[in-house]
Write a protein that binds this ligand. Structure first.
Ligand code: GTP
Ligand code: ZN
Length: 292
């Protein structure tokens, strides 16, 4: 019997799928196929009361992934919102924020930056660092997951959101505050996936209500963008996008070329030199195929 289900947890070649009625089954794939992601809608063949086989993936509305020259890592499928979690401390990487936001833009996903641990004195400095992104037009929400999760909960309504961030920013604390029984569910899922072995799940999908869901992903340190071409990059920077077509040369790399619209923006003060430098760095990285 074939039916459509959603992948709610992934771990290597093992998956947990949720059928339309809510029943969860362990699922494997045909052959060596592993390019399925948490959040995917898939056609499955039910084998017995506990197991199913994934036959194929249905067309994805969106796909968030990171990649280097050698391999890509799917993070979440069919999400409408990427939540980049940063915290007052430990320190976060602004480059990682930019990279995540570029991947989201390329994948047709909206971005929300969430500053956690606003109860700490170091929040003031963190907010100053994030002002840079606010000026670029990104939405910022400030919370303390330990004290009050309500402001974030409001931003999740109607979305399938995915949480990404470096280790220690508070993703687990946020998930637990939003879903008090998430811990129990996570344990249930990891036990089902690897019979109690100590391994981490790639990503987990939780229902918040009938319209909203949340995918929690493991901490990340880097975010390779090898799937994006150097030529397309400016379209994923909000402030550079506006100036596409203003350079004299259609293949301008926005460096030494005369009459470059992007460099003109830097001279006028509407584009920050750091962002143009990031564009150059990413162009070099994507054309040389270096590893990130
Ligand atoms: N002061 C304060 N501490 C927090 C807050 N949220 C989380 N923490 C603490 O920050 C530490 C890291 O939180 P986690 O939720 O484990 O972070 P994580 O992002 O899931 O980290 P990984 O599991 O490594 O990916 C824990 O000691 C939390 O108690 C907050 O709002 N305020
Ligand atoms: Zn140019």
């Amino acid at each position: 019997m074939t039916e459509t289900a959603r992948i709610v947890a992934s771990h290597g070649k093992s998956y947990i799928i949720e059928c339309a009625g809510g029943k969860r089954l362990r699922a494997s794939t045909r052959g060596k196929k592993t390019d399925y992601s948490c959040g995917d809608l898939v056609d499955i063949q039910i084998l017995n009361d506990e197991q199913a086989v994934i036959e194929r993936v249905l067309e994805r509305k969106t796909l968030l992934y990171r990649s280097d020259a050698w391999k890509s890592k799917l993070i979440a499928a069919n999400v409408t919102q990427l939540i980049i979690v940063v915290a007052s401390e430990p320190s976060f990487s602004t480059e990682l924020i930019s990279r995540c936001a570029i991947a989201a833009e390329a994948g047709g996903i909206q971005t929300l930056i969430c500053l956690n641990k606003c109860d700490l004195p170091s929040a003031t400095a963190a907010k100053e660092r994030l002002q840079y992104f606010v000026n670029l037009g990104y939405k910022l929400i400030e919370i303390s997951a330990l004290e009050n999760i309500a402001p974030l909960r409001d931003s999740l309504a109607g979305h399938i959101s995915v949480l990404v961030g470096q280790s220690g920013m508070g993703k687990s604390t946020i998930t637990n505050a939003l879903l008090p029984d998430a811990n129990a569910r996570v344990n249930e899922i990891s036990v089902a996936l690897d019979s109690g072995k100590h391994t981490t799940t790639n990503a987990t999908f939780y229902h918040l209500d009938t319209e909203s869901a949340l995918i929690d992903s493991p901490g990340l340190q880097s975010f390779g963008l090898a799937h994006i071409t150097a030529q397309d990059l400016p379209a994923y920077f909000p402030e550079l996008k506006e100036r596409i077509g203003t350079c004299r040369f259609h293949n301008c790399r926005h460096r030494q070329e005369p009459a470059c619209g992007m460099r003109a923006g830097v001279e006028e003060g509407t584009i920050s030199p750091q962002r143009l430098a990031l564009l150059h760095r990413l162009q070099d990285e994507l054309s040389s195929g270096s590893r990130y």
